[in-house]
Design a binder for this molecule. Structure first.
Ligand code: GLA
Length: 388
Protein backbone atom coordinates (compact mmCIF):
# COMPACT_ATOMS: atom_id res chain seq x y z
CA UNK A 1 0.00 0.00 0.00
CA UNK A 2 1.24 3.49 -0.84
CA UNK A 3 2.11 5.81 2.01
CA UNK A 4 -0.07 8.85 2.65
CA UNK A 5 2.30 11.26 0.94
CA UNK A 6 2.28 9.18 -2.23
CA UNK A 7 -1.48 8.95 -2.06
CA UNK A 8 -1.81 12.74 -1.91
CA UNK A 9 0.44 12.95 -4.96
CA UNK A 10 -1.82 10.55 -6.85
CA UNK A 11 -4.86 12.54 -5.71
CA UNK A 12 -3.40 15.90 -6.71
CA UNK A 13 -2.30 14.64 -10.12
CA UNK A 14 -5.77 13.36 -10.88
CA UNK A 15 -7.96 16.13 -9.48
CA UNK A 16 -7.66 19.90 -9.29
CA UNK A 17 -8.25 21.50 -5.90
CA UNK A 18 -11.90 22.50 -5.41
CA UNK A 19 -11.00 24.60 -2.38
CA UNK A 20 -13.55 22.64 -0.33
CA UNK A 21 -13.09 20.32 2.65
CA UNK A 22 -10.75 17.38 2.23
CA UNK A 23 -9.18 14.66 4.38
CA UNK A 24 -7.72 11.17 4.72
CA UNK A 25 -9.64 8.38 6.41
CA UNK A 26 -9.15 4.67 7.07
CA UNK A 27 -11.26 1.66 8.03
CA UNK A 28 -9.82 -1.76 8.94
CA UNK A 29 -10.55 -5.36 8.01
CA UNK A 30 -11.35 -7.82 10.77
CA UNK A 31 -10.74 -11.29 12.04
CA UNK A 32 -13.44 -13.02 14.04
CA UNK A 33 -12.00 -14.76 17.11
CA UNK A 34 -15.14 -16.76 17.86
CA UNK A 35 -18.88 -16.60 17.09
CA UNK A 36 -19.31 -17.69 13.49
CA UNK A 37 -22.63 -17.65 11.63
CA UNK A 38 -24.30 -16.36 14.76
CA UNK A 39 -24.79 -12.71 13.79
CA UNK A 40 -27.79 -13.35 11.53
CA UNK A 41 -29.29 -15.52 14.28
CA UNK A 42 -29.45 -12.55 16.69
CA UNK A 43 -26.49 -14.08 18.52
CA UNK A 44 -23.03 -13.10 19.81
CA UNK A 45 -19.74 -12.54 18.00
CA UNK A 46 -16.23 -11.64 19.16
CA UNK A 47 -14.23 -10.07 16.33
CA UNK A 48 -11.24 -7.72 16.45
CA UNK A 49 -10.15 -5.14 13.89
CA UNK A 50 -6.79 -5.93 12.26
CA UNK A 51 -3.95 -3.63 11.28
CA UNK A 52 -4.82 -3.87 7.59
CA UNK A 53 -7.17 -1.30 6.20
CA UNK A 54 -8.54 0.73 3.30
CA UNK A 55 -7.40 4.35 3.13
CA UNK A 56 -9.45 6.99 1.32
CA UNK A 57 -8.54 10.56 0.38
CA UNK A 58 -11.46 12.74 -0.61
CA UNK A 59 -12.42 16.35 -1.29
CA UNK A 60 -15.91 17.78 -1.67
CA UNK A 61 -17.08 19.24 -5.00
CA UNK A 62 -19.58 22.01 -5.61
CA UNK A 63 -21.77 19.86 -7.88
CA UNK A 64 -23.44 16.43 -7.63
CA UNK A 65 -20.72 14.41 -9.33
CA UNK A 66 -18.56 11.71 -7.74
CA UNK A 67 -15.20 10.93 -9.32
CA UNK A 68 -13.71 7.85 -7.69
CA UNK A 69 -10.38 6.22 -8.45
CA UNK A 70 -9.31 2.81 -7.16
CA UNK A 71 -5.52 2.86 -6.96
CA UNK A 72 -5.30 -0.92 -6.67
CA UNK A 73 -7.53 -1.66 -9.69
CA UNK A 74 -6.18 1.39 -11.53
CA UNK A 75 -9.72 2.21 -12.57
CA UNK A 76 -11.85 5.36 -12.38
CA UNK A 77 -15.62 5.68 -12.16
CA UNK A 78 -17.75 8.78 -12.51
CA UNK A 79 -21.35 8.93 -11.40
CA UNK A 80 -23.98 11.40 -10.28
CA UNK A 81 -25.45 11.42 -6.78
CA UNK A 82 -28.85 11.82 -8.42
CA UNK A 83 -28.50 8.66 -10.47
CA UNK A 84 -27.05 5.68 -8.61
CA UNK A 85 -27.13 2.51 -10.64
CA UNK A 86 -25.54 -0.90 -10.17
CA UNK A 87 -22.24 -1.01 -12.11
CA UNK A 88 -21.72 -4.44 -13.72
CA UNK A 89 -18.18 -3.65 -14.80
CA UNK A 90 -16.57 -2.05 -11.79
CA UNK A 91 -17.98 -4.05 -8.90
CA UNK A 92 -16.08 -1.93 -6.34
CA UNK A 93 -18.10 1.16 -7.31
CA UNK A 94 -21.26 -0.47 -5.99
CA UNK A 95 -19.95 -0.41 -2.41
CA UNK A 96 -19.53 3.36 -2.68
CA UNK A 97 -22.86 3.89 -4.41
CA UNK A 98 -24.68 1.65 -1.93
CA UNK A 99 -23.37 3.64 1.02
CA UNK A 100 -24.21 6.96 -0.63
CA UNK A 101 -27.69 5.67 -1.40
CA UNK A 102 -28.26 4.76 2.24
CA UNK A 103 -26.96 8.10 3.51
CA UNK A 104 -29.20 9.96 1.07
CA UNK A 105 -32.14 7.86 2.25
CA UNK A 106 -31.54 9.35 5.71
CA UNK A 107 -32.44 12.68 4.07
CA UNK A 108 -28.95 14.11 3.96
CA UNK A 109 -28.37 16.36 0.96
CA UNK A 110 -24.84 15.53 -0.20
CA UNK A 111 -22.48 17.42 -2.51
CA UNK A 112 -20.25 15.53 -4.96
CA UNK A 113 -16.68 14.36 -4.17
CA UNK A 114 -13.37 13.52 -5.74
CA UNK A 115 -11.80 10.51 -4.08
CA UNK A 116 -9.15 7.85 -4.32
CA UNK A 117 -8.62 4.77 -2.20
CA UNK A 118 -6.18 1.92 -1.70
CA UNK A 119 -5.85 -0.95 0.74
CA UNK A 120 -3.80 -3.86 2.04
CA UNK A 121 -6.59 -6.20 3.17
CA UNK A 122 -6.25 -9.29 0.95
CA UNK A 123 -9.41 -9.52 -1.18
CA UNK A 124 -11.75 -12.52 -1.17
CA UNK A 125 -9.93 -13.88 1.88
CA UNK A 126 -12.68 -13.48 4.45
CA UNK A 127 -11.02 -10.52 6.21
CA UNK A 128 -13.83 -8.14 5.20
CA UNK A 129 -12.28 -5.84 2.65
CA UNK A 130 -15.81 -5.07 1.39
CA UNK A 131 -17.04 -3.99 4.80
CA UNK A 132 -13.92 -1.83 5.20
CA UNK A 133 -14.65 -0.13 1.86
CA UNK A 134 -18.23 0.56 2.89
CA UNK A 135 -17.23 1.88 6.30
CA UNK A 136 -14.40 4.09 5.04
CA UNK A 137 -16.80 5.56 2.46
CA UNK A 138 -19.46 6.29 5.08
CA UNK A 139 -16.88 7.68 7.51
CA UNK A 140 -15.34 9.94 4.85
CA UNK A 141 -18.70 11.32 3.72
CA UNK A 142 -19.91 11.78 7.26
CA UNK A 143 -16.71 13.56 8.39
CA UNK A 144 -16.35 15.89 5.39
CA UNK A 145 -20.02 16.89 5.53
CA UNK A 146 -20.15 16.96 9.34
CA UNK A 147 -23.11 14.59 9.39
CA UNK A 148 -24.37 13.35 12.69
CA UNK A 149 -24.33 9.59 12.15
CA UNK A 150 -23.84 7.56 15.34
CA UNK A 151 -21.28 4.72 15.05
CA UNK A 152 -23.77 1.84 15.27
CA UNK A 153 -26.10 3.64 12.85
CA UNK A 154 -23.18 3.91 10.44
CA UNK A 155 -22.44 0.18 10.70
CA UNK A 156 -26.11 -0.60 10.06
CA UNK A 157 -26.34 1.64 7.02
CA UNK A 158 -23.23 0.01 5.58
CA UNK A 159 -24.80 -3.40 6.11
CA UNK A 160 -27.96 -2.22 4.31
CA UNK A 161 -25.76 -0.97 1.45
CA UNK A 162 -24.27 -4.44 1.10
CA UNK A 163 -27.65 -6.22 1.46
CA UNK A 164 -29.70 -3.98 -0.80
CA UNK A 165 -27.35 -2.34 -3.31
CA UNK A 166 -24.51 -4.84 -3.67
CA UNK A 167 -26.92 -7.75 -3.15
CA UNK A 168 -25.00 -9.77 -0.55
CA UNK A 169 -27.07 -10.99 2.37
CA UNK A 170 -24.47 -10.51 5.16
CA UNK A 171 -25.04 -9.98 8.90
CA UNK A 172 -23.87 -6.96 10.93
CA UNK A 173 -20.54 -8.22 12.30
CA UNK A 174 -18.07 -7.01 9.66
CA UNK A 175 -19.31 -3.44 9.29
CA UNK A 176 -19.75 -3.14 13.06
CA UNK A 177 -16.19 -4.09 13.97
CA UNK A 178 -14.71 -2.05 11.12
CA UNK A 179 -16.49 1.03 12.49
CA UNK A 180 -16.20 0.39 16.25
CA UNK A 181 -13.00 -1.66 16.76
CA UNK A 182 -10.61 -0.47 19.50
CA UNK A 183 -6.88 -0.98 19.78
CA UNK A 184 -6.04 -3.69 22.32
CA UNK A 185 -9.59 -5.03 22.43
CA UNK A 186 -11.88 -7.59 20.93
CA UNK A 187 -15.53 -6.55 20.70
CA UNK A 188 -18.32 -8.69 22.12
CA UNK A 189 -21.29 -7.72 19.96
CA UNK A 190 -24.84 -8.62 20.82
CA UNK A 191 -26.32 -8.85 17.34
CA UNK A 192 -29.87 -8.52 18.66
CA UNK A 193 -29.59 -5.31 20.70
CA UNK A 194 -26.60 -4.09 18.65
CA UNK A 195 -24.84 -3.22 21.90
CA UNK A 196 -21.21 -4.08 22.44
CA UNK A 197 -18.66 -4.55 25.18
CA UNK A 198 -14.92 -4.02 24.79
CA UNK A 199 -13.03 -7.12 25.89
CA UNK A 200 -9.34 -6.36 26.49
CA UNK A 201 -7.13 -8.84 24.68
CA UNK A 202 -4.36 -8.90 27.24
CA UNK A 203 -2.38 -11.63 25.55
CA UNK A 204 1.20 -10.38 26.00
CA UNK A 205 2.68 -13.86 25.68
CA UNK A 206 0.47 -14.89 22.76
CA UNK A 207 -0.25 -13.68 19.26
CA UNK A 208 -3.19 -13.89 16.90
CA UNK A 209 -1.86 -15.49 13.73
CA UNK A 210 -4.04 -15.44 10.63
CA UNK A 211 -3.36 -18.06 7.93
CA UNK A 212 -4.75 -17.30 4.49
CA UNK A 213 -5.46 -20.56 2.63
CA UNK A 214 -5.52 -18.59 -0.65
CA UNK A 215 -8.55 -20.65 -1.61
CA UNK A 216 -11.17 -18.35 -3.14
CA UNK A 217 -14.44 -18.68 -1.32
CA UNK A 218 -16.29 -20.10 -4.33
CA UNK A 219 -19.53 -21.46 -2.89
CA UNK A 220 -19.79 -18.85 -0.25
CA UNK A 221 -22.77 -16.81 -1.46
CA UNK A 222 -25.16 -19.61 -2.32
CA UNK A 223 -24.22 -21.74 0.69
CA UNK A 224 -24.42 -18.72 3.01
CA UNK A 225 -27.99 -18.06 1.90
CA UNK A 226 -28.82 -21.73 2.26
CA UNK A 227 -27.54 -21.73 5.87
CA UNK A 228 -29.66 -18.69 6.63
CA UNK A 229 -32.73 -20.49 5.26
CA UNK A 230 -31.97 -23.59 7.30
CA UNK A 231 -31.67 -21.49 10.46
CA UNK A 232 -34.99 -19.85 9.56
CA UNK A 233 -36.56 -23.31 9.29
CA UNK A 234 -35.20 -24.34 12.67
CA UNK A 235 -36.46 -21.10 14.23
CA UNK A 236 -39.92 -21.66 12.80
CA UNK A 237 -39.95 -25.19 14.20
CA UNK A 238 -39.07 -24.03 17.71
CA UNK A 239 -41.47 -21.10 17.54
CA UNK A 240 -44.30 -23.58 16.84
CA UNK A 241 -43.20 -26.08 19.49
CA UNK A 242 -42.34 -23.86 22.42
CA UNK A 243 -44.86 -21.93 24.35
CA UNK A 244 -42.94 -18.65 24.30
CA UNK A 245 -41.73 -16.19 21.76
CA UNK A 246 -38.86 -17.56 19.71
CA UNK A 247 -37.63 -14.97 17.25
CA UNK A 248 -34.27 -16.52 16.42
CA UNK A 249 -32.06 -19.46 17.37
CA UNK A 250 -30.63 -17.15 20.03
CA UNK A 251 -33.81 -17.87 22.02
CA UNK A 252 -33.43 -21.66 22.04
CA UNK A 253 -31.49 -23.37 24.85
CA UNK A 254 -29.34 -26.47 24.59
CA UNK A 255 -31.87 -28.41 26.69
CA UNK A 256 -34.69 -27.45 24.33
CA UNK A 257 -32.61 -28.50 21.36
CA UNK A 258 -31.96 -31.90 22.96
CA UNK A 259 -35.61 -32.29 23.93
CA UNK A 260 -36.86 -31.85 20.37
CA UNK A 261 -33.93 -33.36 18.53
CA UNK A 262 -35.92 -36.46 17.49
CA UNK A 263 -38.45 -34.33 15.64
CA UNK A 264 -36.04 -32.28 13.56
CA UNK A 265 -34.62 -33.28 10.18
CA UNK A 266 -30.95 -34.24 10.58
CA UNK A 267 -29.58 -31.24 8.66
CA UNK A 268 -31.80 -28.72 10.46
CA UNK A 269 -30.80 -30.23 13.78
CA UNK A 270 -27.07 -29.97 13.11
CA UNK A 271 -27.34 -26.37 11.84
CA UNK A 272 -29.28 -25.40 14.98
CA UNK A 273 -26.80 -27.27 17.17
CA UNK A 274 -23.94 -25.25 15.73
CA UNK A 275 -25.62 -21.89 16.28
CA UNK A 276 -26.83 -22.64 19.80
CA UNK A 277 -23.52 -24.15 20.93
CA UNK A 278 -21.52 -21.36 19.24
CA UNK A 279 -23.45 -18.67 21.11
CA UNK A 280 -22.63 -20.45 24.36
CA UNK A 281 -18.98 -20.75 23.34
CA UNK A 282 -18.72 -17.01 22.71
CA UNK A 283 -20.00 -16.15 26.17
CA UNK A 284 -17.77 -18.75 27.83
CA UNK A 285 -14.81 -17.51 25.78
CA UNK A 286 -15.40 -13.94 26.97
CA UNK A 287 -15.44 -15.08 30.62
CA UNK A 288 -12.25 -17.04 29.99
CA UNK A 289 -10.57 -13.94 28.54
CA UNK A 290 -11.65 -11.87 31.51
CA UNK A 291 -10.13 -14.50 33.82
CA UNK A 292 -6.94 -14.58 31.79
CA UNK A 293 -7.64 -18.21 31.03
CA UNK A 294 -6.27 -18.42 27.50
CA UNK A 295 -6.12 -22.22 27.57
CA UNK A 296 -9.90 -22.38 27.80
CA UNK A 297 -10.25 -19.63 25.23
CA UNK A 298 -8.08 -21.59 22.80
CA UNK A 299 -9.98 -24.86 23.34
CA UNK A 300 -13.24 -23.06 22.59
CA UNK A 301 -11.78 -21.77 19.32
CA UNK A 302 -10.91 -25.32 18.29
CA UNK A 303 -14.35 -26.61 19.34
CA UNK A 304 -15.86 -23.85 17.23
CA UNK A 305 -13.94 -25.13 14.22
CA UNK A 306 -15.15 -28.68 14.74
CA UNK A 307 -18.73 -27.45 14.99
CA UNK A 308 -18.37 -25.36 11.81
CA UNK A 309 -16.80 -28.30 10.02
CA UNK A 310 -19.16 -31.07 11.11
CA UNK A 311 -22.47 -29.45 12.06
CA UNK A 312 -22.57 -26.29 9.98
CA UNK A 313 -20.48 -27.71 7.12
CA UNK A 314 -18.93 -24.46 5.93
CA UNK A 315 -15.27 -25.47 6.12
CA UNK A 316 -13.26 -27.02 3.29
CA UNK A 317 -10.29 -29.39 3.01
CA UNK A 318 -7.72 -26.62 2.94
CA UNK A 319 -9.06 -24.88 6.05
CA UNK A 320 -9.25 -28.20 7.88
CA UNK A 321 -5.67 -28.90 6.86
CA UNK A 322 -4.48 -25.53 8.17
CA UNK A 323 -6.23 -26.19 11.48
CA UNK A 324 -4.82 -29.73 11.74
CA UNK A 325 -1.30 -28.52 11.01
CA UNK A 326 -1.69 -25.67 13.51
CA UNK A 327 -2.83 -27.98 16.29
CA UNK A 328 0.34 -30.07 15.88
CA UNK A 329 2.63 -27.11 16.60
CA UNK A 330 4.26 -26.21 19.89
CA UNK A 331 2.71 -23.25 21.64
CA UNK A 332 -0.71 -23.45 19.94
CA UNK A 333 -3.73 -22.77 22.14
CA UNK A 334 -6.50 -22.94 19.55
CA UNK A 335 -7.23 -22.79 15.82
CA UNK A 336 -10.33 -22.33 13.72
CA UNK A 337 -11.62 -21.17 10.38
CA UNK A 338 -12.86 -17.58 10.51
CA UNK A 339 -15.47 -15.71 8.46
CA UNK A 340 -18.12 -17.22 6.23
CA UNK A 341 -16.00 -20.28 5.26
CA UNK A 342 -15.42 -22.32 2.07
CA UNK A 343 -11.91 -20.87 1.86
CA UNK A 344 -10.35 -17.71 3.21
CA UNK A 345 -8.51 -17.74 6.53
CA UNK A 346 -7.98 -19.52 9.80
CA UNK A 347 -7.26 -17.74 13.08
CA UNK A 348 -4.81 -19.17 15.61
CA UNK A 349 -3.72 -18.29 19.12
CA UNK A 350 0.00 -19.01 19.35
CA UNK A 351 2.66 -18.50 22.04
CA UNK A 352 4.60 -15.40 21.11
CA UNK A 353 7.99 -17.11 21.25
CA UNK A 354 6.73 -19.87 18.91
CA UNK A 355 5.22 -17.68 16.23
CA UNK A 356 8.15 -17.83 13.80
CA UNK A 357 8.43 -21.58 14.05
CA UNK A 358 4.65 -21.93 13.77
CA UNK A 359 4.62 -19.91 10.57
CA UNK A 360 7.50 -21.86 9.01
CA UNK A 361 6.07 -25.28 9.87
CA UNK A 362 2.45 -24.61 8.91
CA UNK A 363 3.51 -22.95 5.66
CA UNK A 364 5.72 -25.89 4.72
CA UNK A 365 3.11 -28.53 5.60
CA UNK A 366 0.35 -26.71 3.73
CA UNK A 367 2.45 -26.07 0.67
CA UNK A 368 3.59 -29.65 0.50
CA UNK A 369 0.03 -31.00 0.62
CA UNK A 370 -1.68 -28.44 -1.63
CA UNK A 371 1.00 -26.76 -3.76
CA UNK A 372 -0.43 -23.45 -2.59
CA UNK A 373 1.75 -20.95 -0.74
CA UNK A 374 -0.36 -19.64 2.14
CA UNK A 375 0.03 -16.14 3.56
CA UNK A 376 0.43 -15.49 7.27
CA UNK A 377 -0.31 -12.30 9.16
CA UNK A 378 0.30 -11.55 12.81
CA UNK A 379 -2.00 -8.83 14.09
CA UNK A 380 -2.82 -7.12 17.35
CA UNK A 381 -6.34 -5.71 17.78
CA UNK A 382 -6.48 -2.37 15.96
CA UNK A 383 -8.72 0.70 15.93
CA UNK A 384 -11.88 0.97 13.84
CA UNK A 385 -12.59 3.75 11.33
CA UNK A 386 -10.64 6.96 11.91
CA UNK A 387 -9.26 10.12 10.37
CA UNK A 388 -5.52 9.93 9.66
C1 GLA B 1 -19.58 -13.13 6.69
C2 GLA B 1 -20.73 -12.15 6.94
C3 GLA B 1 -20.90 -11.91 8.44
C4 GLA B 1 -21.00 -13.23 9.21
C5 GLA B 1 -19.89 -14.19 8.82
C6 GLA B 1 -20.06 -15.55 9.42
O1 GLA B 1 -18.37 -12.55 7.07
O2 GLA B 1 -20.47 -10.93 6.29
O3 GLA B 1 -22.01 -11.09 8.66
O4 GLA B 1 -22.27 -13.81 9.02
O5 GLA B 1 -19.81 -14.33 7.40
O6 GLA B 1 -19.90 -15.49 10.79
Amino acid sequence: MNDIKELWEIFNERFSDTGLRKGVFAAPGRVNLIGEHTDYNDGFVLPMAIDKSIVMIAQLRDDKEVRAYSVDYDSEAVFSLMDLEFDQENIWVNYLQGVIDEIQKLDYYLPGMNLIFTGNIPKASGLSSSAALEVVTAYTISSLNELNIAPVEMALLCQRAENDFVGVNCGIMDQYISRLGKEGNALLIDCRSNEYELVPLAIEDFRVVICNSKVERGLVDSEYNKRREECGKATKFFAEKLDRRIKALRDVSTDELVEFSGELAAVTLSRARHVISENNRVLTAVSALKNNDLETFGSLMTESHISLRDDYQVSCQELDLLVDLALKQDGILGARMTGAGFGGCTVNLVARNRVDQFITEVKAGYQEATNIEPEMYVSLPADGAREL
